[in-house]
Design a protein around this ligand. Structure first.
Ligand SMILES: [Zn+2]
Ligand SMILES: [Zn+2]
Length: 258
């Protein structure tokens, strides 16, 4: 029997199969491909949506990166900067900061170290956990590195305003002026406590020639609201020969003389 034009149209029409049947999933036919793949990924990773639609797994991985930085902050400060006593660029730059607390490594060197850290951490993390988690982890790590840089600079340039900033300043001033081989953590005491290098800062003694400006009032005395935390001791003047002695002490990991 000859086929009609309507018969051939029916034969050539693709079968009406719901997309859920094609994939064997329960996704409704109205779902766009991107919706479907997102749902499938969330099933694979068991991800839950948190506030603002951010996945809990993403927040966790970024948080792990930030926590990872605090460990690096401790390890690099202790071993690559102090233990090496001036061997290597990082150690030289940091001990120059101890010799002269107004000296900070230029931003270009800090940016270069962030790039170098990324170049090492990202491929290693990708090999372990895949590219997406590696990017999240590295973002947390580098983000916390930036936060550390800001926090460290502010311990030297800005007065404390709350309990945490009061602790970061006492903790870091004790590291500078009391015991350079103690209290390596700047943002957290966790690693110092874990590895037995934490001192309770107590009342911190500061050489007058090195006192941060936020510590003193117009007459040069310790500001009344900080008097319970610091004592400023007058002594050696800041001149060329003292600067050389301060440099020698810093590169030997000794506290500056008063
Ligand atoms: Zn410092
Ligand atoms: Zn240091």
């Amino acid at each position: 029997m000859p086929t009609t034009s309507s018969d051939s149209a029916i034969k050539s029409r693709p079968p009406r199969i719901a997309s859920g049947e094609l994939t064997g999933s329960v996704v409704s036919p109205g779902f766009a491909d991107s919706d479907r793949s997102r749902l499938q990924r969330s099933r694979i990773f068991g991800a839950k949506m948190g506030p603002m639609g951010v996945r809990t797994a993403t927040v966790t991985t970024v948080g792990l990166g930030a926590a990872g930085w605090t460990g690096l902050e401790y390890g690099l400060h202790r071993f690559a900067m102090h233990e090496l006593r001036g061997r290597g660029l990082a150690s030289v730059e940091h001990l120059k900061h101890h010799a002269d607390v107004t000296y900070f490594s230029p931003a270009s060197k800090k940016a270069a170290s962030a790039v170098a850290t990324t170049a090492i951490v990202l491929p290693v993390a990708a090999a372990i956990a895949g590219r997406r988690r590696a990017c999240e982890f590295t973002a947390g790590l580098i983000g916390m590195y930036y936060a550390y840089e800001v926090a460290h600079r502010r311990t030297h340039t800005h007065a404390p305003r709350a309990r945490y900033s009061r602790w970061t300043r006492r903790n870091h001033m004790h590291h500078h002026f009391g015991a350079p081989m103690r209290n390596f953590g700047v943002t957290t005491p966790i690693w110092d406590r874990l590895f037995g290098s934490y001192d309770d800062p107590g009342v911190v003694s500061v050489p007058r020639r090195m006192a941060p400006t936020w510590l003193l009032d117009e007459s040069g005395a310790v500001r009344s609201e900080l008097a319970a935390d610091y004592v400023v001791k007058a002594g050696r003047a800041r001149d060329t020969s003292q600067a050389e002695l301060d440099r020698l002490d810093a590169f030997a990991n000794l506290a500056p003389e008063f």
